[in-house]
Design a protein around this ligand. Structure first.
Ligand code: ZN
Ligand code: ZN
Length: 253
């Protein structure tokens, strides 16, 4: 399985302002930075966009991507999310003011988006991978995903504070290879992290102990202004298998 955290800055750097993962160049998890890809053909290859929650760093370029990818007669993009997030997108983004109502099938002769509501713990299969939505513990209702192909399983808890369900579900998953886990804040902001449902280095370390098999712990979602500090604090904790994820670099599992 090929996974890439897309860059959110030009020139490309590892500072992460927005979140989109590409899975095998065909599936996106979140749509923060997908619409910033300079290569329009790469944007258009993505036909399935899974959304974890409605925070702006995870949906910022969704309206642009749906516009960029639309071509009459070509299969439209599918957006997959929990029903409350789909409702939010329709009410507050694709509402005819912020952006045209692409969700309205009568807007054009051909559909501009296909919408699929997700159900917690119910696996869904697209492009030869199986994706299972699992709840996590963030400031708003949020889900993470467990993504599996024939050889590997990779966990994307998305934005989360200390949580449980995704770890118990991951522990039952075969071929678990990696977790892309957030570490948003440095240790000095632990209270803020707990209040808004994020991790800092010490709580990140506690979460890693909830998986007992060896996996690669891929660190993402470091707040840009404290990114170096978070990396330094995490590295001092001696967590096995930890690495800072580079933006725009493919990882294979
Ligand atoms: Zn969030
Ligand atoms: Zn976020």
């Amino acid at each position: 399985m090929k996974i890439e955290l897309l860059p959110s800055s030009v020139p490309v750097s590892d500072v992460q302002y927005l979140t989109t993962y590409l899975i095998n160049d065909e599936i996106a998890i979140d749509c923060g930075s997908l619409g910033l890809l300079a290569d329009l053909e790469r944007q258009k290859r993505v036909k399935h966009i899974f959304i974890t929650h409605e925070h702006i760093d995870h949906i910022a370029t969704l309206p642009l991507v749906l516009s960029n990818s639309f071509e009459p007669g070509v299969d439209c993009v599918e957006v997959l999310a929990m029903p409350d997030v789909l409702q939010f997108l329709r009410n507050d983004i694709f509402n005819g003011r912020v952006w045209p109502d692409f969700f309205n099938p009568t807007l054009t002769h051909e559909p501009m988006v296909r919408v699929t509501p997700l159900e917690l713990f119910k696996p869904i299969r697209r492009c030869n991978v199986t994706i299972t939505p699992v709840p996590v513990s963030h400031g708003v209702p949020s889900i993470g995903f467990i993504v599996e192909d024939a050889a590997s399983a990779v966990v994307f808890p998305s934005d989360t504070g200390p949580t449980e369900a995704i770890w118990s579900h991951a522990a039952k998953t075969n071929n678990l290879k990696a977790v892309f886990l957030e570490a948003s804040f440095p240790e000095k902001l632990i209270d803020l992290a707990l209040v808004c449902g994020h991790l800092c280095p010490s709580t990140f370390a506690i979460e890693t102990r909830k998986i007992t098999t060896p996996v690669r712990w891929m660190v993402v979602h470091r707040k840009p202004s404290d990114s170096d500090q978070v990396a330094k604090e995490l590295e001092s904790l001696g967590i096995a298998g930890i690495e800072m994820v580079r933006c725009g670099v493919p990882y294979w599992f």
